[in-house]
Ligand binder design. Structure first.
Ligand SMILES: *Cc1c(COP(=O)(O)O)cnc(C)c1O
Length: 377
């Protein structure tokens, strides 16, 4: 929880991605309260930000990691060193990888009945689960909605009216994104209740991610739900948040490279771009700019430096217009930004910094050597 002015003073490179560890720890607090009150288990969904020092720090504070692929599973296993739980679910499991995945993971939730039938016997040592799709939609953009029509994510619960396949010990349910109340969870459990109560002796139930715990003041609905599930449905309940742990703990620091007028509006060209936060372009979202003065009387379009005409962060208000050389900071960009970042047009990835114990430490600078290794081999 470092201030914008401090960051600008202490971060030398631009563009830079900074992870604020005290903020990550603060984000863990509601999850620790839920864990204490319900005796559930909390995993980190590493796809949001698979940064090594973050994983190493979280290892002591969560019960494990959840992953989506072989590379994530290998990285998580390397960091966890075989401690804690390692959960996997993915529509993209390959037969040639499965024996290794079975050794690395403690729990695998199959995404479909055919995936289960094809693969489950080619690995062992892990607990077998099934991802169930309750077919209840909450997202207004179907690109985020695992329960959309013809979904590829999980087995439609309507197809599971008979007994689960032999050997299935757990179930996985993940249906939402960016939720700030538990109403969707309660609705999903209410819909699934007859199905869940028919399953006897389930070992575990994974409730997925998608809830922003630090933005939800009343935790009782989820605590009560988990207590109910542990009493009536499964021995253990897992949560696997991603964005809730890192979203508001990541900053993108950028510098104004140029300023000019275009059709009567001021354009500020930044040394960052949609390369560093592709969801700005994909979902046409405007990221939070700490330097904005909401009541300022000047406005400017903040544009990225790639050749893409639509590479624009948005139009922001200021008291005084920033000038070339000024630094600016986007906040709330810790999840699904750096992991999707790329080098289109030959621009480097942001330099990585960690803020922890009152120190700002440079972790990694993306250099020409990284670019040439990617393209020259
Ligand atoms: C992406 C994902 C998560 C984490 O989602 P957040 O919205 O970042 O909390 C958890 N579980 C599954 C299966 C996912 O696909």
């Amino acid at each position: 929880m470092i201030t914008a002015e401090e960051l600008k003073r202490r971060v030398e490179h631009s563009p830079a991605f900074i992870l604020d560890m005290p903020q990550v720890h603060a984000n863990l607090q509601p999850l620790q309260r839920i864990r204490q009150a319900s005796d559930c288990r909390v995993l980190y969904s590493m796809k949001a930000l698979p940064l090594g020092p973050l994983l190493a720090d979280l290892k002591k504070r969560v019960d494990g990691v959840s992953v989506s692929s072989l590379f994530e599973a290998r990285l998580a296993h390397a960091v966890l060193g075989g401690q804690g739980s390692l959960h996997l679910t993915s529509p993209g499991l390959r037969s040639e990888e499965f024996a290794e995945l079975g050794r690395l993971c403690t729990h695998i939730s199959f995404n479909s009945l055919s995936q289960y039938q094809r693969l489950h016997a080619s690995g062992d040592g892990y607990s077998k689960g099934l991802r169930v799709n309750p077919k209840l939609s909450f997202a207004d953009d179907e690109r985020y909605d695992p329960c959309r029509a013809h979904s590829k994510l999980g087995v439609d619960v309507a197809l599971l009216q008979t007994a689960l396949p032999a050997g299935i010990e757990g179930l996985h349910i993940h249906t939402v994104f960016g939720q700030t109340d538990f109403q969707p969870l309660q609705a999903v459990i209410a819909k699934l209740k007859p199905f869940l109560l028919r399953q006897s002796g389930l070992k575990w139930l994974n409730l997925g991610g998608g809830y922003l715990y630090h933005s939800i003041s009343d935790l009782n609905p989820i605590i009560d739900t988990i207590r109910y599930l542990k009493a009536h449905v499964a021995e253990q309940v897992f949560l696997e948040p991603g964005k809730a742990l890192v979203g508001n703990a990541g900053y993108l620091l950028t510098t104004v490279l140029d300023r000019f007028e275009s059709d009567g509006k001021t354009v500020l060209v930044l040394d960052s771009s949609v390369n560093h936060h592709p969801e700005i372009f994909e979902y046409q979202r405007q990221p939070l700019l700490l330097d904005e003065h909401k009541r300022g009387c000047r406005t400017a379009i903040l544009a990225g430096s790639t050749c893409l005409a639509g590479d624009i962060f948005g139009e922001y208000r200021f008291d005084t217009l920033p000038a070339a050389g000024d630094k600016m900071i986007f906040a709330d960009v810790g999840a699904y930004s750096l992991i999707k970042a790329q080098r289109f047009n030959g621009y480097a990835l942001p330099t990585l910094y960690l803020y922890r114990d009152d120190a700002v430490t440079l972790l990694k600078e993306d250099e020409y050597a990284d670019y040439s290794r990617q393209w020259l081999g």
